[in-house]
Design a protein around this ligand. Sequence first.
Ligand code: HEC
Length: 160
Amino acid sequence: MKLRTLLTCCALAASGAALADSAVSPIYGVSLPDGYRHWELIAPAVEAAPLNELRTVLGNDKAIQAYQSGQVPFPDGTVLVKLAWKHVPSPEFDPASIPGAATTVQVMVKDAKRYAATGGWGFGRFINGKPADEAQHQTCFACHQAKVQNHDYVFTRFAP
Ligand code: HEC
């Protein structure tokens, strides 16, 4: 009886772990952070082509403090989240734009030791809450490294 309880417990724990694992990005093991939708705005962004998206970049408290004090490189524990939507004209007022369907949520997590090979950043890209494939994650650091190595691999500056 006791053994059976033990087995049930551990089988459940194992399946729980498997579920958690499937929600993390390949290569980096980054997950969607809890409560990010309530984080503070760092800046909006627009991508004209080819994706035609409206975007916003949000940060956790560590990120906001670092931005406010101009701390670069960002400290361990910094998390940046970029939300993106299709850019569509407002049905109520033509010249205005509104966010259409959500496309991706992208995450960068700073942990200098764990992610030493990629400038201290772990990357995650999520579509409908699920991590994108490994091939997509192979592109993240290359672009950030090529363009913004001088700003700790982070593009977004605090909106004035
Ligand atoms: C071809 C270049 C390119 C690639 C590839 C790329 N990014 Fe970015 N990323 C950008 C640019 C440019 C921004 C600035 C915001 C914007 O314009 O959307 C950005 C912003 C971000 C931000 C907000 C912090 C910052 O640096 O401004 C996160 C988080 C992010 N990217 C995650 C990712 C992830 C995860 C991947 C891989 C799946 C990835 N990026 C791949 C160009 C790229």
